[in-house]
Ligand binder design. Sequence first.
Ligand code: FMN
Length: 202
Amino acid sequence: MFYDPDSKERALRHDPFKAIVVPRPIGWISSLDAQGRINLAPYSFFNGIASRPRMVMFSSESRKDSVRNIETTREFVCNLATWDLRDAVNQSSGDYPSGVDEMEKSGLTPAPSVKVKPPRVAESPCALECKLVSVTQLQDMDGNAIDNFMVIGQVVGIYIDDRFLRDGILDTGAMHPIARCGYRGDYAKVDTMFEMFRPETV
Ligand SMILES: Cc1cc2nc3c(=O)[nH]c(=O)nc-3n(C[C@H](O)[C@H](O)[C@H](O)COP(=O)(O)O)c2cc1C
């Protein structure tokens, strides 16, 4: 079949888009508001977008608290969302009023970051400390502004739980990262890895 996203007729019960862009890593974003109150929320429109320097992005459908905080304080932390922490990840996505500490609400412990003010989630095995590069309001193909805001941050510090380091290599599979799939409520658990190397160039 061909699915036309612009067609008024609903050819499928659910929009397949989010079931195709999978699995989406989850940036579990901690930030502080102007008063220094902690905010935590998961974002699966999230990814690494550059390695020199290291950069990440996440995108918010409407200007949510995380975006507002980061526009104000210019720092954030991306905590790794894992299988063990799945309930807390979900809990932290609750629609709490601004200023409510979702880390506390989710039973998590703030741990001090090294180079930025927002704390990381102590229970998470990895965290990327980030400084804001830009917040961009997205536009559609006709140049109309849409209610989505893309935050780009530069990674200035990386926390790794030593338990997952083996001879200087991070054992990603052992951390069991979780990722978002489509539809509502679908996730993947990453624990099977395989190796494949790029062809030698002549
Ligand atoms: C796994 C997961 C991924 C999510 N990804 C996004 C996302 O990419 N963009 C978004 O706007 N909301 C996303 N949400 C919803 C936000 O987490 C939710 O709206 C949250 O309350 C926003 O918090 P904040 O206002 O403190 O930033 C996601 C929720 C879950 C559970």
